[in-house]
Design a protein around this ligand. Structure first.
Ligand code: COA
Ligand code: ZN
Length: 313
């Protein structure tokens, strides 16, 4: 299925958001096998690694090898997360043409996560966009606004702060915006209200949502964002994930369950759930003791589920 034939784009973040929390360090070969098998299952947009200092997240000491290996996988649109200019330069150097920057709407979370104020992170983004422009290469530089629906440290996050950041980041050269509920505080009404405004503000700039299922509202929030007009979502195989710099953080929305919810109501993702479940088994064996979540993995697909190929045939 071509990307433009999909109704909804699912972007896998298990190799980034998922792996930053786990105890076992996977080999680069395992990470690349995970990527290749995801592509085979129809998941073509993958955040493959994070360009952070190895002493901050040892799991990503092999970011360069993984990114280079991912670029060699046919059909894969590899992206990486970067928290600062140095990370962006490393990602640009290895040849990635999708780079996701992240800052937090909550100044307190930003200070914990990247050791600078949100305003300083905005200044860093301006420098990153400048570095991208100088390269003259086609690079989709996305900007994520974390803790957009509330913060475990600061509490309430005003909509006006998030909207102000979206406007500033787009003006500074963001080619994509991701609104993230890093700590699982969002509810569907809040998501609908904020995402309507973000989409209006972003105009032609694509907007994605990144939800965590910390309080069980992850998929309800996807529905609310869909209603608001969002068509791209981050998700994590087996629901792995969480921010190591936010207290009590837990996993992202589960990729298998999200794909099931979308496909079951006729929204195509291009993704084969059975293959996802097979990959999940492999990854779970590689990561003993990690908390994998997921209703479809537990209960199986309903007998009434119509596989997308069956519709096409
Ligand atoms: N990749 C590799 N090395 C990096 C780097 C990067 N992106 N950014 C900084 N460094 C190196 C510097 O070169 C410096 O090295 P040195 O000690 O050998 O001179 C050292 O790390 C400290 O650099 P500094 O700029 O002072 O960074 P910091 O200590 O203030 O840390 C961040 C800032 C952003 C690098 C760090 O807080 C971080 O990685 N945060 C991300 C956390 C995360 O992954 N959160 C979850 C995802 S949202
Ligand atoms: Zn996250």
């Amino acid at each position: 299925m071509k990307d433009n034939e999909r109704d909804v784009e699912i972007r896998e973040v298990g190799l980034r958001d998922g792996l930053q929390m786990v105890r076992t360090i996977l080999t680069s070969a395992q990470k690349l096998e995970w990527c290749a098998r995801l592509v085979d299952a129809g998941v073509t947009d993958i955040e493959v690694t994070s360009f952070v200092p190895p002493k901050v997240v040892p799991q990503f000491a092999d970011a360069v090898e993984v990114a280079a290996g991912a670029l060699a996988i046919e059909g894969l649109h590899a992206a990486a997360l970067v928290p600062n200019l140095k990370g962006a330069q490393r990602a640009f150097d290895v040849g990635l043409n999708k780079v996701h920057y992240v800052l937090s709407a909550s100044n307190e979370h930003n200070l914990k996560n990247v050791r600078r104020s949100t305003a300083e992170s905005v200044e860093d983004f301006v420098r990153i966009a400048g570095a991208r422009d100088e390269l003259g290469r086609h690079i989709v530089l996305g900007a994520g606004v974390a803790t957009a629906f509330g913060c475990t440290i600061a509490g309430k996050v005003e909509e006006s702060i998030v909207l102000g950041l979206v406007e500033t980041l787009i003006e500074a050269g963001a080619r994509e915006i991701t609104i993230a509920d890093t700590v699982g505080y969002a509810n569907p009404a809040q998501v609908y209200a904020l995402m309507r405004q973000v989409l209006t503000l972003a105009g032609p700039v694509p907007v994605a949502c990144h939800f965590h299922d910390t309080r069980g509202l992850g998929l309800a929030n996807v529905m609310a964002a869909l209603d608001a007009g969002v068509r791209a979502f981050d998700a994590s195989l087996g629901g792995l994930g969480g921010c190591p710099f936010a207290p009590n953080a837990t996993g992202n929305i589960n990729t298998e369950d999200t794909v099931f919810m979308l496909e079951a109501q006729g929204l195509s993702t291009g993704i084969d759930i059975d293959r996802l479940l097979a990959i999940r088994e492999t990854i779970a064996a590689w990561l003993p003791g990690e908390p994998f979540t997921g209703a479809i993995a537990r209960a199986g697909l309903p007998k009434t589920f119509v596989h997308p190929e069956a519709i096409a045939a």
